[in-house]
Design a binder for this molecule. Structure first.
Ligand code: PMV
Length: 348
């Protein structure tokens, strides 16, 4: 049995704290009897929202892109049968599917996928999950883990699924993570390409005419999406007219951004300005935070063409539009300003 030692950042997340430490886990060579030829593993990327978060929950368009630098991975192994086991290595959790608490998102996606594939649940399989996507920071960790699981099971049972099918299954579990999700996370992650997304409408794939560079800075603060979305919803209920106005402003910005990204020789300076404008409205919506502002300011000072928070807000990640020349300086400035993680990615 091949044994490799893999270093994993372990994150145990409670609403108020994040602990990061390193653990050693064993990666086993596949040895599923009778299924040696079957593919037993799959991955899924992270994502960031470029424009339109929150407004998308209220029917406006949003834009999101996959982030391939971070990935969730699901691997199936046979084991002596004491039930289907879930091993969440990053969380150091190992439990039987049958013992999972109600509304456990991992148990839900496994059961939904088995139902969809019309396969009986086996008693001698282990699903091992690892991820380099930070939890609860707007990079789509939950949707990516669910997507990797659906893909791994579909391949294991030789039942290829379309990106639409994967996305629809994952959406069911996003409801546990997010309450009233727009569906943008499962869509961009299942399709693994830039998307222009309107809730309830068929996905629109985007053509990125001039690839551009994003620097993503992590505040290190966990921000449960359902709380931010719920808080905003109560403020919207109290004053729908004002909030609908904000969402319309974001919608206009998102539509302009799409035109720029898709037209030849994209005006990236203008795109950066639109990111700033989108962020200003998000500030008025009350979903920024001092740490996000600190990182956004650092990005501007280091020469970003534009910057904004990305995802639910209150914490999580921000994004800055860079050029290949400025990306390094912006990444350094974000780290100096207190970012706990920085990713440089190319959108294409
Ligand atoms: O979970 P996050 O941080 O990627 O945020 C999701 C984006 C929201 O628009 C805030 C919610 C949604 O369901 O679209």
């Amino acid at each position: 049995m091949a044994v490799a030692f893999v270093q994993l950042a372990k994150e145990m997340v409670s609403p108020t704290q994040v602990y990061v430490r390193f653990v050693r886990v064993q990666a086993y060579a596949p040895s599923v009897r009778g299924r040696e030829k079957r593919i037993n593993k799959a991955t899924a990327p992270g994502k960031v929202i470029l424009f339109g978060e929150h407004a998308v929950v209220y029917g406006r368009p949003a834009m999101a892109v996959p982030v391939l630098e971070v990935q969730a991975k699901a691997v199936l192994h046979s084991r002596r049968g004491d039930g289907f086991r879930i091993v969440a290595a990053n969380l150091e959790r190992d439990y039987r599917l049958a013992d999972a608490p109600p509304n456990n998102p991992l148990a839900k996606i496994i059961c939904l996928t088995y139902q969809y594939l019309k396969q009986p649940l086996p008693s001698n399989l282990e699903l091992r999950l690892t991820s380099t996507i930070p939890l609860g920071r707007g990079l789509g960790s939950g949707a990516a883990v669910s997507t990797a699981i659906v893909r791994a099971l579909a391949m294991f049972y030789d039942h290829p699924l379309s990106a639409e099918e994967v996305s629809a299954l994952v959406y069911e579990v996003e409801k546990i993570h997010h309450g009233t999700p727009s569906g943008i996370d499962n869509t961009v992650i299942a399709f693994e390409q830039p998307v222009y997304f309107v809730k309830g409408k068929p996905i629109q794939r985007m053509h990125v005419s001039s690839p551009f560079t994003l620097v993503i800075g992590d505040t290190g603060m966990v921000s449960p999406t359902h709380r931010v979305v719920g808080d905003l919803r109560s403020r919207w209920q109290a004053d729908p007219q004002q909030y609908e106005g904000y969402f319309d402003e974001i919608s206009a910005i998102t539509q302009q951004a799409r035109i720029i990204i898709e037209q030849p020789d994209s005006d990236l300076a203008r795109l950066g300005k639109l990111m700033n404008e989108n962020h200003e409205v998000l500030v008025r919506l009350g979903i920024s935070s001092p740490k996000l502002e600190q990182l956004i300011q650092a990005a501007h000072q280091a020469g970003a063409l534009g910057a904004k928070l990305s995802g639910a807000g209150w914490g999580g990640n921000m994004i800055a539009l860079a050029t290949p020349q400025t990306a390094k300086a912006i990444a350094k400035a974000l780290t100096q300003a207190g970012a706990v993680g920085v990713i440089v990615t190319k959108v294409k």
